[in-house]
Design a protein around this ligand. Structure first.
Ligand SMILES: NC(=O)c1ccc[n+]([C@@H]2O[C@H](COP(=O)([O-])OP(=O)(O)OC[C@H]3O[C@@H](n4cnc5c(N)ncnc54)[C@H](OP(=O)(O)O)[C@@H]3O)[C@@H](O)[C@H]2O)c1
Length: 334
């Protein structure tokens, strides 16, 4: 697996990272044994970046990664870098009630994460969403203290806009911004991506398959569990779904002509957008992982890229990328 460096200040990581979220609820139930096997297969294939959040399954995801790393061969365990999001406040029923970026809360969150991960440091640590009541300088300043203490190696950001990125970068070096970026979510191109490039900040892109919608495997008949985020996503519901799946069919023709799958084409497109971008693959089975990782070897030339962008023009998707109540938490959309 080729590597990419996360910004001027960040670590060198595999060109594709593994996002582990779907292994712990949010997209319905996952198979634990298959999740562990998927993490092992990713490490075996050369993936070094494992992304998680302490709120993914309320600690479940970090414990799963702990188990996967404990049961992996030593060399594979040592190559793994953890990227952890914190700050989300949750309810017993699984709801999200806000975000907490106060210094005391950051120190509390990290202590629990280190314990669950069974490690003495986290490689990249970031608040999942801006806490509107706490200046970003305080949250990032506290993570900078954790870096000094050796509990964290690098500071990341998640779903924040240009002004917040500048303010954060003025406090401490930032390795990467984690944000949604795909053929159908191109909002970062106007302002956020140029600011990251100006400041030497990398991008870890999530939702490169738009949570499965542009994977080429989605079907309108798919039954979703009550707790599956996609059942609430505007892009997966109502008339928007068929509109978006029609875009996928256009893309399928282009992919097939190159002997690629739709998912591989969508991932290769994100990879083609710059050496400073590392897509996070959200696979939770070895089969999906293998399909996605092959995208790392795909080269799209000028004509391919032009055809893809004709098939899926900017702003072609119908529906926002989050439901309205969650859009309100996105500093990146303000
Ligand atoms: N910072 C943030 O705000 C934020 C938000 C969301 C996610 N993330 C991170 O980004 C990671 C990736 O996000 P995501 O899961 O939404 O990404 P994604 O890659 O867009 O979607 C992953 C889903 O697509 C489906 N899929 C179909 N074919 C696939 C293939 N070949 N490879 C992989 N998945 C395929 C799978 O759903 P089925 O298994 O149901 O078929 C899978 O769970 C997460 O795990 C998390 O670590 C960060």
């Amino acid at each position: 697996m080729r590597t990419r460096t996360l910004g001027t200040h960040g670590p060198s990581v595999s060109a594709l990272g593994l996002g582990c979220m779907s292994m712990s609820a949010l997209y319905g139930e996952a198979d634990r044994a298959e999740s562990l096997a998927t993490i092992h297969a990713a490490l075996e294939a050369g993936v070094t970046l494992l992304d998680t959040g302490d709120f993914y399954g309320m600690g479940h995801n970090e414990l799963l990664i702990n188990e996967a790393l404990r049961t992996a061969p030593a060399a594979r365990r040592e190559q793994a870098l953890t990227s952890v999001k914190f700050g989300a406040l949750r309810t017993v029923e699984g709801g999200f009630t806000g975000y907490d970026g106060r210094p005391a809360a950051v120190k509390n969150f990290v202590a629990y994460s280190l314990q669950r991960l069974g490690t003495d440091h986290i490689d990249i640590y970031r608040i999942a969403r801006l806490d509107p009541d706490v200046p970003i300088e305080e949250t990032v300043g506290t993570i900078a203290e954790l870096v000094k203490a050796g509990h964290v190696r690098h500071i990341g950001l998640s779903e924040v806009g240009a002004e917040t990125i500048r303010r954060a970068a003025a406090v401490a070096p930032i390795s990467d911004l984690q944000i949604e970026y795909s053929l159908i979510s191109r909002g970062i191109e106007a302002e956020i991506l140029p600011v990251c490039r100006e400041l030497g900040i990398g991008v870890t892109a999530y939702g490169v398959l738009s949570r499965g919608l542009i994977s080429g495997h989605w079907s309108p008949d798919r039954k979703l569990a009550a707790n599956d985020f996609r059942g609430m996503s505007p892009r997966f519901t109502g008339d928007n779904l068929q509109h978006n799946l029609d875009l996928v069919e256009t893309l399928r023709g282009i992919a097939a002509a190159k002997d690629l799958t739709v998912a591989q084409t969508a991932i290769a497109w994100v990879l083609s957008r710059g050496e400073d971008i590392v897509p996070l693959i959200g696979a939770r089975s070895r089969e999906r992982l293998a399909e996605s990782l092959s995208a790392a070897d795909v080269t799209l030339d000028h004509d391919d890229l032009a055809a893809i962008e004709r098939a899926v023009p900017v702003d072609a998707a119908a529906g926002d990328r989050y439901p309205a109540n969650q859009m309100a938490h996105l500093d990146s959309e303000k």
